[in-house]
Write a protein that binds this ligand. Structure first.
Ligand SMILES: [Fe+2]
Length: 340
């Protein structure tokens, strides 16, 4: 998820070259979504509407910084991130403008969008437990909180606390259980880690299969990406792990969204709203699910067969703007817990 400097320069040059011709038939997207499948969707949108999608890819922090520096002169019409927290931050900085659309309100349930319309979820991603079935029985698993029990000592794999997915998971624990419980959870997981956090979500699953630990906390779509990898070892790793949805007896599994908002500086406002409507509509939602293994936000669209094979699950319906509001508290708690 690192900022892709080369592609940013190339895309920035393309945007600059496009210059004044941007007024009609185009929409300019600053995106942190890092998936090949998105390009196919933009091409489909262009086919359907005649509106070309120009994409500048980078990390959310870089893109938000860029939007802020560019101000009203920014060519960006849409900001797209892989976490609600960063959208909330962009909104707080005044970088997003409310987009009102009956289609968007129908496509995206209320808890998966900003109440004021500054941003909308595009896809849902569940942060689940994956485990090795020869070393863990699903009957032993229950909640995120249970992972602090002494029987998990030396068995848990999870990435660094600098990662926004973990920050949002902890923010959800703060929202539901309070700061003291969240601090105890972070300290308890640190005490049970199989190793100092390193690598991404896929690396945690590889370490489970390699026997470094017995379970990992990861986003569901990475299981799908392993299963469909071009690399034989990755497919093997994906086939060996099992998915468990925590907290099914109470608040539900923590869910975040990748999402997008129309920028305050948008010159192609109507095209931007059309793009968001397209991305939350049935065709795009099916494709996000089938090709990138993400859950639809649109309740009228079913998850792909692979996702259905993991089972239906109850999702935490905490309003996602809370994740952004509690992000700084989560970072502070992680630091105090010594979670690298
Ligand atoms: Fe990701």
């Amino acid at each position: 998820m690192r900022f892709m400097f080369r592609s940013l320069i190339v895309a920035a040059a393309a945007l600059a070259a496009a210059g004044p011709a941007l007024a009609d038939g185009e929409v300019n997207v600053y995106s942190h979504r890092h998936y090949d499948t998105d390009r196919a969707l933009y091409d489909r949108f262009a086919e359907r509407t005649g509106i070309t999608v120009n994409v500048l890819q980078g990390s959310a922090d870089e893109l938000i910084g860029r939007l802020s520096r560019e101000g009203a002169a920014s060519p960006a019409d849409v900001l797209m991130t892989v976490d609600a927290g960063r959208l909330v931050r962009a909104q707080a900085m005044g970088l997003l403008r409310p987009a009102a659309s009956d289609a968007l309100r129908a496509n995206v349930p209320a808890h998966l969008r900003d109440p004021g319309g500054h941003w909308y979820g595009l896809t849902r991603r569940a942060r689940v437990i994956v485990y090795h079935p020869e070393r863990v029985s699903p009957a032993e698993l229950s909640t995120y909180a249970d992972l602090t029990q002494p029987r998990w000592e030396g068995r848990i794999l999870i990435r660094s606390s600098s990662n926004i997915y973990n920050q949002s998971l902890l923010a959800s624990i703060i929202a539901h259980e309070g700061e003291a419980a969240a601090a105890a959870w972070a300290a308890g997981v640190v005490a049970n880690m199989a190793r100092t956090p390193q690598g991404n979500d896929r690396d945690q699953m590889k370490a489970v299969v390699a026997g470094e630990g017995d379970l990992a906390i990861v986003n569901t779509y990475y299981v799908g990406r392993l299963l469909n990898s071009g690399d034989e070892y990755e497919r093997e790793v994906g086939a060996q792990v099992r998915v468990f949805f925590p907290n099914q007896e109470d608040r539900g599994t923590h869910v975040n969204v990748s999402g997008a908002g129309v920028t305050a500086s948008a010159k192609n406002h109507d095209n931007a709203v059309k793009l968001l409507e397209f991305l939350t509509g049935a065709e795009a939602q099916e494709r996000f699910s089938a090709a990138n293994y993400e859950y639809p936000v649109n309740p009228a669209v079913s998850p792909s067969p692979l996702l259905q094979s993991w089972g239906a699950f109850a999702a935490d319906d905490l309003p996602l703007n809370r994740l952004g509001e509690l992000n700084a508290d989560a970072v502070r708690i992680f630091d105090r817990a010594g979670w690298r």
